[in-house]
Ligand binder design. Structure first.
Ligand code: GDP
Ligand code: IMO
Ligand code: MG
Length: 429
């Protein structure tokens, strides 16, 4: 049962959308299984650029089943607008199914996300403000509203009223805001329910039926390992599990169906939002990477923080997600940037060099990156289609990164388009 889990192996925005679209050709099913519209996945098809927040990046193939699974938190207005936009651009969305168990982002989630961020002051996480954390909190707290609740107005009304009793107390008493009105929310969300009804399904059943038929399933992760709630740089993380294991809980499949775990990494590192980032460059080099790489958020437009490739992070990602392959993205951005630095460890004030990512936030805050340097190259690589045709220094850089990560780089990207992808190894069986 060949399923591939494709995940971000840094702090998000590694190029997951591009690689999902690239691999979707060889799959029959593409599944988003965690996160929500905090994600922004870019797909470039000729002159058309698509930025998807909730729709799986397999949607451009009309014959693939695309699934938004139970682990996703879904903002119905955003999804419906995204689907309208796709259809207006000639993309069919009839092949989409949404789990009836997916939790719904409500207006109070978005509001609380913003109010809580403001209240954090200097300790801001830098969330995307989409209501992700508050929606997952209600899911865990067992007061969440699911897609299936939107389909029955009576059930929805009861759930909204229960929730507003608590949320309005928070809004008025803690944050000094006016209360929200149940009738308006019920009317708005039951209208979304009517529009989502044709897509709602038992998606775990659909996916497992396809797996049983021997079809190939591609699980498209959102965010990245270092933003994982359990394994990332807590509390500067998102509220879901971007690690590979998240695909099983987020989609209702067993781990035995997964035959490969593909970690997507940039040839350098970026992070958007606050939190530790050991190899961050606050100088000209960082600015050069940002400008050349177009490192501005797909979802919020914020400038992304940029830095050198961190092999400690790559090894950590390989461990916590059992990566079997890497997809190394944006190699073209490194042209003319050399000499290139790679972080191989973190030095602590007492001289100790760590080669494993420290769990202690205090230790991490004292860690200074230890770099090794490699020569760069100046040749344009965007037209290269075979690994052997890359400049020798670029090949050496890739080989060193995979050696340090301990995982082979099966795919290498030299530009945003589908065909700007070099294949070095087989991923699907
Ligand atoms: P995702 O969230 O992981 O899907 O990544 P984003 O779409 O947020 O950000 C990746 C950006 O890099 C997008 O603008 C892609 O079009 C672009 N991109 C992906 N791969 C490459 C590459 O190999 N080279 C270049 N120059 N751009 C790339
Ligand atoms: P894709 O799928 C990069 C970051 C936010 C913030 C933290 C928590 O495009 O890689 P949240 O709104 O989730 O509560 O914010 O997580 N973040 C992302 N950073 N790419 C993403 O998604 C992200 N989704 C959330 O910037 O630091
Ligand atoms: Mg993104």
């Amino acid at each position: 049962m060949p399923a591939i889990v494709l995940i971000g192996a840094q702090w998000g925005d590694e190029g997951k959308g591009k690689i999902t679209d690239f691999l979707a050709e060889k799959a029959q099913v593409v599944v988003r299984y965690q996160g929500g519209n905090n994600a922004g996945h870019t797909i470039v098809l000729g002159t058309e650029v698509y930025k998807l927040h909730l729709t799986p990046s397999g949607i451009f193939y009309p014959d693939k089943l695309c699934v938004i699974a139970n682990g996703v938190v879904l903002d119905p207005a955003i999804l419906l607008a995204e689907l309208d936009n796709l259809r207006a651009r000639g993309v069919t969305t009839e092949n989409l199914r949404i789990s009836a168990n997916a939790h719904v982002i409500m207006p109070y989630h978005r509001l609380l996300d913003e109010l809580e961020e403001n209240a954090r002051g200097a300790g801001k996480i830098g969330t995307t403000g989409r209501g992700i954390g508050p929606a997952y909190r209600d899911k865990i707290g067992r007061s969440g509203i699911r897609v299936q609740d939107l389909l029955e107005t009576d059930a929805l009304a009861a759930r909204v009223e229960e929730n507003l009793a608590e949320k309005n107390a928070l809004l008025t008493k803690i944050y000094g805001r006016p209360p929200l009105r149940a009738e308006e929310i019920i009317a708005e969300y039951s209208a979304y329910g009517a529009r989502l009804a044709p897509y709602a399904a038992d998606t775990s059943l659909l996916i497992n039926e396809r797996l049983a038929r021997g079809e190939r399933v591609l699980f498209e992760g959102a965010q990245g390992i270092m933003l994982d709630l359990d394994h990332g740089t807590y509390p500067f993380v998102t509220s879901s599990n971007p690690v590979a294991g998240g695909a099983c809980t987020g989609a209702g499949v067993g781990p035995m169906c997964v035959s490969a775990v593909l970690g997507v990494l940039k040839a350098y590192t970026t992070r958007v939002g606050a939190g530790p980032f050991p190899t961050e460059l606050l100088d000209e080099k960082g600015e050069q990477l940002r400008q050349r790489g177009g490192e501005f958020g797909t979802t919020t437009g914020r400038a992304r923080r940029c830095g050198w490739f961190d092999a400690v992070v790559a090894r950590y990602a390989a461990r916590v997600s059992g990566l079997s392959h890497l997809a190394l993205m944006k190699l073209d951005i490194m042209t003319g940037i050399g000499p290139l630095k790679i972080c191989t460890g973190y030095r602590l004030p007492n001289g100790t060099v760590l080669t494993e990512f420290p769990l202690s936030a205090r230790v991490l805050s004292q860690a200074a990156p230890v770099y090794e340097e490699m020569p760069g190259w100046d040749e344009d690589v965007t037209g290269v289609r075979e690994f052997a045709d890359l400049p020798p220094a670029a090949r050496a850089y890739v080989l060193r990164l995979e050696e340090l990560a301990g995982v082979p780089a099966a795919l290498i990207a030299v530009g945003p388009e589908r065909e700007q992808t070099l294949v070095r190894g087989k991923i699907f069986e």
